[in-house]
Design a protein around this ligand. Structure first.
Ligand code: SF4
Length: 240
């Protein structure tokens, strides 16, 4: 669903004339972004009160995610760690510092990207999130993706990669842009893992440096060949 279609549903006007609305752009672009902001705030409020899975019992703060509603890039990590749970914000510990450096190497500031996780509450002891926890939280992530409608989704680590590339090995697909359900998705190593393993660090640094080119190529391909759905496991973009 495009952002305009989503907006028409949100407005409760299923008979909304999308073509007429599109002709009114860009003057209504601000209204679309405002609606996306409203939706992101609504999601954040729901997440902070959420009791859908067992992680609610042990969290100090839920971590809905943060960033601009019109971000070109959406980063999706795994789940909050100790520092994130303390502050209620994503990627604020050492791996967050490294992530900021990686973004800077690609020419982006943290404030320009939206950062979220597959689970919004910290798994105790930083254990891996369980399948039922990921499933319970997925609706929030899906709504965030629809609201932001980013040009590129970057998954950080195995669990967010698995949402888009079932059964894939990160060592085989990292840094390669693929189109999944009409969206350009790139799997990358999690900064926390890369911090402690020199080989992974080199790989994730190289993948982030290529991000501007990936976005340029994705925009060109989308213009030349509008996405019409996804093959299982993702269709690799031809120029990457
Ligand atoms: S992890 Fe997600 S589903 Fe579970 S309690 Fe937190 S917000 Fe709700």
């Amino acid at each position: 669903m495009t952002k305009i279609e989503w907006m028409s549903v949100r407005l409760g006007t299923l008979a909304f004339n999308v073509t007429a609305f599109q002709m009114a752009l860009p003057s209504n672009a601000c209204a679309i972004i405002a609606l996306a902001m409203d939706e992101l705030q609504a999601i954040a409020a729901e997440v902070r009160a959420c009791q859908r899975c067992a992680l609610a019992a042990s969290r100090k703060h839920a971590v809905p995610g943060e960033g601009p509603a019109d971000a070109e890039i959406m980063l999706i990590g795994e789940g909050p760690g100790f520092h994130e749970d303390q502050q209620g914000r994503p990627f604020v510990g050492p791996s967050g510092q490294f992530l900021n450096e990686l973004l800077a190497s690609a020419g982006y500031r943290r404030e320009q990207v939206f950062i979220a996780n597959v689970v919004k509450c910290r798994p105790p002891g930083n254990r891996d999130p369980l399948p039922e926890e990921i499933a319970a939280c997925d609706e929030y992530l899906e709504r965030q993706i629809r609201a932001i409608n980013p040009k590129v989704i970057v998954t950080l680590g195995r669990y967010s990669m698995a949402k888009f590339f079932s059964g894939a090995k990160i060592s085989a697909i990292h840094g390669k842009a693929r189109r999944v359900n009409g969206r350009v998705v790139v799997a990358m190593y999690h900064p926390a893992a890369a911090l402690h393993q020199p080989a992974l660090r080199e790989a994730v640094e190289e993948d982030f440096r290529r991000l501007p080119e990936i976005i340029r190529q994705a925009a060109q391909e989308a213009e030349a060949d509008p996405p019409s759905g996804a093959a299982s496991g993702g269709e690799q973009l031809s120029l990457f």
